[in-house]
Design a protein around this ligand. Structure first.
Ligand code: 3PG
Length: 306
């Protein structure tokens, strides 16, 4: 059996070593395709593989058509919006993610970005502190939970909204569960986004919602660019010069944001949330173990397609 690690944004070497160890100990062969750039390189590499480990790499019908032996794709990470699940099911390919494995890394980066925003992008002027401010966690999954844990230490007042998470779960962590996104944005000085990109959430962070934030509001996005209504946010930030937007996922309109909102807008050049040795090891090795469990024992835990 051949397992391909296809990562345009490579894992740390120590994680690749761990993945190799897990795959080879099971008696399988590991093939590494990093920084492949053009999709044709991926199409070529999947020709004879049984399993693929990916990150934000796109696995669509064309890739699956090019991989007749493919049985499983594991997204080493949380969000699987980069995999065509319907097509995977049609190709009889199992798709999994590795929930929770990189969530601390993303939560720490969200905090780093918060500090950067309230300290005026480190430009030397007087900023504000996070202690005592109201933090809104938009979606209380694995990352949201880690954000709440860190926020407690920082001394923030924590609020969270999650349509699918029971209020008791949120409140057991010492956060206040609110009833709607509107209430979260009206209440909080800083909102940290942790919603997945789904048909329902796409462009849902829009003019009306963000405009509910109090004066000096900071929006932190370590989730997905697709959830932002970019045109709406640009219009709002033009009208409200008090708002700041910091993101780990470069918007399509990055140049316009950067030009219009210098000093209150920042984007990482490449998504960095999960880019730590620890997260790479946790997610990468979990992915390798899930592949071995699936191929050897048919274990389908963490399967995300039907
Ligand atoms: C995730 O969904 O797990 C994060 O967005 C990390 O993505 P990455 O593996 O492409 O860094």
């Amino acid at each position: 059996m051949k397992v391909l690690v296809a990562t345009d944004k490579p894992f740390a070497k120590v994680a690749v070593d761990g993945i190799r160890n897990a795959i080879e100990s099971a008696g399988y062969e590991l093939v590494l395709l990093e920084k492949y750039g053009d999709k044709s390189n991926l199409l070529n590499a999947v020709k004879d593989v049984d399993a693929i480990i990916i990150r934000s790499d796109v696995i669509d019908a064309e890739v699956m058509d090019a991989a007749p032996n493919l049985k499983i794709v594991v997204r080493a990470g949380a969000g699987f919006d980069n995999v065509d699940l319907e097509s995977a099911t049609a190709h009889n390919v199992c798709v999994m993610n590795t929930p929770g494995q990189n969530s601390n890394a993303v939560a720490e980066l969200a905090f780093g970005m918060m500090v950067m925003a309230v300290r005026n992008m480190y430009n030397g002027t007087s900023g504000t502190e996070l202690k005592g401010k109201k933090l809104g966690i938009h979606a209380y999954g694995n990352v949201g939970r880690n954000v709440a844990r860190i926020a407690k230490g920082v001394g923030m007042e924590i609020y969270a909204y999650d349509a699918f998470c029971p209020k008791e779960v949120i409140e057991a962590d010492g956060a206040k569960a609110v009833d709607s996104a509107e209430e979260l944005y009206s209440t909080c000085d800083v909102v940290s986004l942790h919603i997945p990109a789904t048909p329902e959430t796409k462009q849902s962070i829009n003019y009306e919602l963000v405009n509910k934030m109090p004066k000096g509001g900071v929006l932190v996005n370590t989730a997905r660019k697709e959830v932002i209504d970019e045109a709406g946010l640009i219009q709002l930030m033009e009208e409200r010069t008090d708002l700041k937007y910091v993101t780990d996922i470069m918007p399509v309109a990055n140049a316009e944001f950067a030009e219009k909102f210098a000093g209150r807008y920042f984007s990482t050049p490449k998504k960095m949330g999960a880019q730590t040795a620890e997260a790479n090891i946790n997610a990468g090795i979990a992915a390798a173990n899930q592949i071995v469990g699936f191929l050897k024992d048919g274990c389908e835990r963490f399967r995300v397609n039907k």
